[in-house]
Ligand binder design. Structure first.
Ligand SMILES: NC(=O)c1ccc[n+]([C@@H]2O[C@H](COP(=O)([O-])OP(=O)(O)OC[C@H]3O[C@@H](n4cnc5c(N)ncnc54)[C@H](OP(=O)(O)O)[C@@H]3O)[C@@H](O)[C@H]2O)c1
Length: 249
C-alpha cells in the first residue's frame, strides 16, 4: 500500500471517510476530496499520523474540479495508482416533481463526475497498471420510490464501469461496488423519500439477511481487497455488498 497514490472523492463523511482512514492506516498516499473545507482539514489532521494525505475542496459535478484533483495528485505524489470515486448525491424526487436542476446535479455528481475524473486520470493510472473503483449502489438494480435521478445515475454508472473495463484492460482494473443500506448520513436523507423515514431505515436493516445496516468500515474492507493484488483477476464487475438484501427480494 505504501507505493500507492490514490484519489478518493467524497472523503469527508461516511464510506469515503472510512475508506480514506483504512487506506491511510495501511500507508497509502491519498488525495482526498469533498466540498466541505472544514471537514477536509479535520480529516487531514486525523490521518496525517499514518500517511501523506492532501485534501482538495471542490464539487465533482464540475469537470474542472476533477481536472484539478488529477493535477494536484501528480504535483504532490508524482503519479496516480488508482481512483476511488465515492462522492454521491441523492436528488430526491419522482420525474414529475423534480426540478431540472436537481436532475442535472444528481447525474453530474453520480455519473458525469466518474467520466470527468477517469478521463483525466486514466493516462496516469495506465502508466502504473492501476485500478478504478466506483461506489454505485444496489439502486443500480432495484428501484426506490422518489429516487428517479439516483437510480438512473447509479445504473448508468455500473454500465459505464463495465464498458470502460473493456476499453482499458489489461492495463487498468475497473470495478463498481454496490452497497445496500449503510449507516451514514446519506441513508437518513434517503429515508425522507418514504412515508415514515425512521421505519424505512429500520425496515431496511431488518430486510437484510444479516439483520443490520452495513457500517462504513464494511465497505472500506471490500475496497481494500478490491484494490489489492489479491483481486488481480477481478475487473469489469459490480460487487454487491448489502447484507444479503438483494438475495431475498
Ligand atoms: N449510505 C447508503 O446506504 C448507500 C448505499 C449505496 C450507495 N451509497 C453511495 O455511497 C457513496 C458514499 O455515500 P455515504 O453513504 O457515505 O454518504 P455521506 O456520508 O453523505 O457521504 C457523501 C460524501 O460525498 C461527498 N459529496 C457529495 N456530493 C459531492 C460533490 N458534488 N462533490 C464532492 N463531494 C461530494 C460529501 O462530502 P461534502 O459534503 O464535503 O461535499 C461526502 O463526503 C455515495 O456515492 C452513495 O450514493 C450509499
Amino acid at each position: 500500500m505504501k507505493n500507492q497514490a490514490i484519489i478518493i472523492t467524497g472523503a469527508t463523511s461516511g464510506m469515503g471517510k472510512a475508506i480514506a482512514t483504512l487506506l491511510a492506516q495501511k500507508g497509502a498516499r491519498l488525495l482526498l476530496n469533498g466540498r466541505d473545507e472544514h471537514k477536509g482539514k479535520d480529516l487531514v489532521g486525523e490521518l496525517k499520523k499514518w500517511s501523506d494525505v492532501v485534501f482538495i475542496a471542490g464539487d465533482v459535478s464540475k469537470p474542472e474540479t476533477n481536472e484539478q484533483l488529477v493535477r494536484e495528485t501528480i504535483t504532490h505524489f508524482g503519479k496516480i495508482t488508482g481512483a476511488i470515486t465515492n462522492a454521491g448525491s441523492l436528488g430526491l424526487g419522482s420525474v414529475t416533481n423534480m426540478a431540472l436542476a436537481d436532475w442535472h446535479y444528481t447525474l453530474n455528481t453520480n455519473l458525469n463526475s466518474f467520466f470527468y475524473l477517469t478521463k483525466y486520470a486514466i493516462p496516469h493510472i495506465k502508466n502504473e497498471k492501476g485500478f478504478i473503483v466506483a461506489n454505485a449502489s444496489i439502486a443500480a438494480f432495484k428501484s426506490f420510490p422518489n429516487h428517479a435521478a439516483y437510480c438512473a445515475s447509479k445504473a448508468a454508472l455500473v454500465s459505464l464501469v463495465k464498458q470502460m473495463a473493456v476499453d482499458y484492460g489489461p492495463d487498468i482494473r475497473i470495478n463498481a461496488i454496490c452497497p445496500g443500506p449503510v449507516n451514514t448520513p446519506l441513508i437518513w436523507d434517503s429515508a425522507k423519500a418514504f412515508p415514515n423515514p425512521d421505519a424505512a431505515v429500520s425496515d431496511a436493516a431488518k430486510a437484510t439477511l444479516l439483520k443490520r445496516l452495513g457500517e462504513p468500515e464494511d465497505i472500506a474492507n471490500l475496497v481494500e481487497f478490491l484494490i489489492s493484488e489479491k483481486a488481480s483477476w477481478i475487473t469489469g464487475t459490480a460487487i454487491t455488498i448489502d447484507g444479503g438484501i438483494m438475495a431475498s427480494r
